[in-house]
Design a protein around this ligand. Sequence first.
Ligand SMILES: [Ca+2]
Length: 206
Amino acid sequence: MIIKDNKMIKAILNFRAAILSLLLTLPLAANATFIATTGDGLGVFASSTSDIIATYKGNSASYSNNLYLVDGVSPGIDLFIFNNHTSSIGDTLNLGSFTIGMELIFRLEVTNTGQNYFTGAASRNPDASIHARVQASGLPSPEFQTNEVLVSFEDLYNGPFIYNDLGFSFTNTSSGHSNEVPEPTTLAILALGMIGLASRRFKKQY
Ligand SMILES: [Ca+2]
């Protein structure tokens, strides 16, 4: 009887230990913060006409930062997406459908300093430095889908650039140079330019 009780106590203790370790690991997994490791200064581009879903991926910032989609509803009106302190990891927002190849410009508003930083080229920012990384490949599965990019912002004027201050992802997007014109359009413009040059030369010769 005593041996049985000891076995029961051991079983209960083991069960408690298992539950405790589960409780310790679960919040860590749920709060995992992802920081993009590549893609400094790249922009976010729509890669499909399917709805683009934004997911909040966490932060380790002391400043309170708001994330907006520039001209999200109509020109001049930015769409609020997340706040790094009040949004919960895993929160999502449907941004809607966009033309393939269109750049979605995101703005980080640092409420403590009043500064605003943008995805894309350094020239968009008040300190002329890159403040966002847009990583499109090498992201872990199942936390990220294919055609999903991870964006990480840095909120300090002149850095240091750790990109740990607001992380989020977007489905149905790809990364690219922010002033880059989508490929088919570039080719069309090049083709038109060449036709123009050819016709000029043709006219000059004759
Ligand atoms: Ca930082």
